[in-house]
Design a protein around this ligand. Structure first.
Ligand code: ATP
Ligand code: NAG
Ligand code: NAG
Ligand code: NAG
Length: 437
């Protein structure tokens, strides 16, 4: 008697328990779902006040109104205000005047940006104030623009590249510069970020391309911007849809590609300009990738060349904590009560810490660390994030990433003699199989 009961009883009991547990779990999930949605709703309604289509359209309407009145101009004004081949799509960002919108320009997605929403909020160009102002020639504008850029970037603009590039664009223009042109240029030059992008346009592939402007708004290429919440930080799915991405492309391989582009950018910002370029606000949101997986800086509010960096760091201090400017820091000289002007951490270190360590976390955190190269990479990233090693670490990191990418492609760097890459199986897996594992 006891036997059948004993063997039967546990079953319904177990069922009951698990059912109750399931009920609790469902209730819990439902509760969190409600809470999340509530929070999301509040967030959205708060946000809708500032980043709505309505508001964006009104801003653009005012822009076009001023264009028609001849107050401002730019190469995009006609497309935006007359032919309407530059069409607003959605608002990406708005905060205390700074406006970022997505638009479509003859089938090409672009981003329209301005630091302040109203043209009138920008400073007037003082020379325009005089009624009998001298007629300004294009070369004068180059001079003014150069001085303004120098001021804004904290640079000694050598009589080399930049003015030459500007002059080349202006050459062949016989007519004088109009008030609207001048006022528009002036409003753009007051946006440090525009100046920064504009100056580096022809000098760097790691800086977002400026496509044109209308008044105080300028258009840059639309890219896949980083998002901290995203699994790989960048929306790789969007890239995988591209023709070249379909064949055996894995998220892993793309991450390696992007990491290598970050390494190239780091080296480039360090070596390729007269002054080292410091990135003091490193986070996924401030970088984007092009379709060819080049990493691009899209937010340059806190990017500084060496001279400006030194000026920013030199502050009064009582401890090292006073010498931290976002991601850039120096040491406090406690005798002089003054921060050192030399930055002590580096772009590499911060990117290792804030981006790479997310992709390649220390071994015990992720499950994919079986490959000995991957283990090495993770150690190196950690070392790099702590600021150890300097150039040696940079080189090791570069070597490991390159090797891993080659291995995962299953083709040596020389070229693909295999022909069959369609399986997309990482080489180390194949090798493992061959070993009978
Ligand atoms: N070229 C671009 N392509 C795609 N999205 C972009 C581009 N430029 C900006 N964005 C989006 O707009 C957002 C805000 O732009 P941006 O970073 O310039 O504003 P910000 O005020 O300087 O931001 P932050 O507060 O991070 O400094 C970005 O997080 C990004 O999602
Ligand atoms: C911009 O101009 C509009 C209309 O002139 C005004 O209502 C709005 O407050 C201005 N915005 C800012 C930030 O100055
Ligand atoms: C700028 O110029 C406009 C028109 O030329 C004028 O109405 C305005 O008062 C000026 N603003 C400043 C701050 O000088
Ligand atoms: C920094 O300290 C010096 C004296 O050591 C003082 O003259 C100066 O005003 C201080 N600057 C600031 C910004 O506090």
């Amino acid at each position: 008697m006891g036997l059948p009961r004993g063997s039967l009883a546990p079953r319904p009991l177990r069922l009951k328990i698990s059912r109750r547990r399931v009920g609790l779990v469902i209730l819990f999930w439902f509760g969190s779902w409600l809470l999340l949605n509530g929070l999301l709703f509040i967030h959205k309604t708060l946000l809708s006040d500032i980043c709505t289509d309505d508001r964006s359209r009104r801003i653009l309407q005012r822009l076009c109104e001023e264009y028609r009145r001849g107050i401002l101009t730019g190469n995009l004004c006609h497309d935006l205000c007359v032919s309407r081949t530059l069409e607003y799509e959605r608002c990406l960002y708005y905060e205390s005047g700074k406006k970022v919108m997505k638009a479509d320009w003859r089938g090409v997605p672009v981003v329209l940006k301005s630091k302040l929403e109203n043209f009138s909020s920008y400073e007037n160009f003082s020379l325009l104030e005089y009624q009998d102002a001298p007629e300004l020639l294009p070369m004068d504008i180059v001079l003014y623009a150069t001085l303004e850029m120098k001021n804004s970037l904290g640079l000694e603009v050598k009589s080399s590249t930049v003015p030459q590039l500007w002059a080349r664009r202006l050459r062949g223009r016989q007519q004088k510069v109009t008030r609207a042109e001048l006022a528009s240029l002036w409003s753009l030059l007051q946006q440090e970020e525009y100046t920064f992008f504009r100056v580096l346009q022809d000098l760097s592939q790691h800086v977002v391309k400026v496509l044109g402007s209308c008044g105080h708004f300028y258009a840059v290429e639309y890219l896949i911007a980083g998002q901290a919440r995203m699994q790989h930080l960048f929306a790789l799915e969007e890239l995988l849809e591209l023709p070249w991405g379909r064949k055996g492309a894995s998220g892993r391989r793309m991450v390696l590609h992007i990491a290598l582009s970050f390494m190239d950018m780091i080296r480039h910002f360090e070596d390729d300009f007269t002054h080292r370029l410091h990135l003091c606000d490193v986070k996924p949101e401030n970088f984007a990738v092009r379709k060819d997986l080049t990493v691009v800086a899209i937010d340059a509010d806190l990017a500084f060349f060496e001279p400006k960096m030194q000026a920013i760091l030199e502050q009064n201090c009582t401890s090292n904590d006073d010498c931290v400017f976002f991601d850039c820091s120096s040491r406090c000289d406690v005798r002089r009560h003054r921060c050192g002007s030399e930055r002590i951490n580096s772009n590499l270190q911060v990117i290792c810490d804030k981006i790479f360590s997310y992709w390649f976390p220390t071994a015990y955190l992720g499950g994919r660390a079986g490959h000995p190269l991957e283990v090495k990479l993770r150690h190196t990233v950690q070392e790099c994030a702590m600021g150890a090693g300097g150039r040696a670490v940079q080189e090791r990191l570069l070597r490991l990433l390159t090797q891993l990418l080659q291995d995962s492609t299953g083709t040596p760097a020389r070229g693909h003699q295999h022909g069959d890459t369609s399986t997309g199986t990482p080489a180390h897996v194949e090798r493992h199989r061959a070993n009978g594992g």
